[in-house]
Design a protein around this ligand. Structure first.
Ligand SMILES: Cc1cc2nc3c(=O)[nH]c(=O)nc-3n(C[C@H](O)[C@H](O)[C@H](O)COP(=O)(O)O)c2cc1C
Ligand code: SF4
Ligand code: SF4
Length: 267
């Protein structure tokens, strides 16, 4: 039995879904998997769990061929390790590039030893968001991929995706194009007239970037554009520019199981 700590972030539930399926498969193979959401304030028990792990796994949604900023910060705070095997699963929608490899670099320099980089494609939570009837097919393919990866992780077999000139070039160009805007894009988010002031978005924003002041919603610095509030506001009141008020063109994503912002969807 191998003790595996699996650290992840999920904006709209795709990565949470992948992580849960992987945990199930690895458990069937005899491993003991501890899932750690980077949204948990790292309590001592979580730190201990990670420090005791024989293998570390990391999973995240791909944001411009990289991991979201909050997960990057979490990984930067992980303790150094001595030869702890590491696997990294990027969860893109269209193009993962070298995101898994790139996100692992700070860990590799701390003594973790990567043996597997993989992309598991899930539905897009940016645009174009798939139609609800397209989601099961995409999720089905992702399930098959996770089932193929689990034995490789269990046996610590070397497996790399995205670590080739096309992956590096695509990844580099995406990061280079996105970097000047990262951290500034939340200025286009606002809560429209449909907002009831229920507070769901305030309670569920992973970075605490939403504030309610005298009954109205304000978006602050720190937003990582995970799109959770946008897709899962119960009233679909969160808009990204006025254009998204047209919900035929800018459909909201209801998560991998189609049930919206539930616990299962990673919130
Ligand atoms: C800001 C942002 C940037 C994204 N960049 C990419 C990308 O570069 N390549 C890609 O394939 N998908 C990209 N996506 C789509 C997500 O990576 C994809 O839908 C992912 O499965 C979402 O996972 P989550 O539900 O765990 O957050 C992006 C999504 C967002 C919100
Ligand atoms: S979740 Fe939606 S309705 Fe509730 S406070 Fe936020 S924007 Fe308003
Ligand atoms: S403000 Fe919305 S999009 Fe930004 S981090 Fe919070 S939940 Fe995600």
């Amino acid at each position: 039995m191998t003790r595996i700590a699996l650290v992840f972030f999920s904006g709209t539930g795709n990565t949470a879904w992948v992580v849960n399926r992987l945990e199930g498969r690895l458990t069937e193979l005899g491993d003991a998997v501890q899932i750690v959401s980077c949204e948990q304030v790292s309590p001592l028990s979580v730190d201990r769990e990670i420090a005791r792990a024989e293998v570390l796994g990391v999973a995240f949604p791909v944001h411009a061929s990289w991991a979201p900023r909050n997960l990057r910060g979490y990984l930067a705070r992980l303790p150094a390790a001595r030869d702890v095997p590491l696997f990294v699963i990027a969860v893109p929608a269209i193009f993962g590039g070298d995101a898994a490899w790139y996100a692992a670099r700070p860990l590799a320099s701390k003594g973790y030893v990567p043996f597997l980089y993989a992309n598991v494609f899930m539905p897009n939570n940016l645009y174009p968001v798939p139609r609800p009837d397209q989601v099961p097919r995409i999720v089905g393919r992702a399930a098959a991929k996770v089932d193929r990866l689990a034995p490789l992780i269990h046996e610590r077999r070397r497996h790399t995706e995205g670590v080739h000139p096309l992956g590096w070039l695509g990844g580099y160009l995406q990061r280079w194009g996105f970097a000047p805007f990262e951290g500034r894009l939340q200025r286009y988010l606002f809560a429209g007239e449909a907002c009831t002031g229920c507070g769901w978005c305030v309670a569920n924003c992973p970075t605490g970037a939403i504030e309610m002041i005298e009954g109205s919603i304000h978006f602050r610095d720190g937003c990582i554009l995970c799109t959770r509030c946008f897709h899962y506001c119960p009233e679909h009141a969160v808009q990204y520019t006025r254009a998204t008020q047209n919900q035929v063109h800018f459909r909201r994503y209801a998560g991998p199981s189609g049930s919206g912002g539930t616990q299962e969807e990673g919130t």
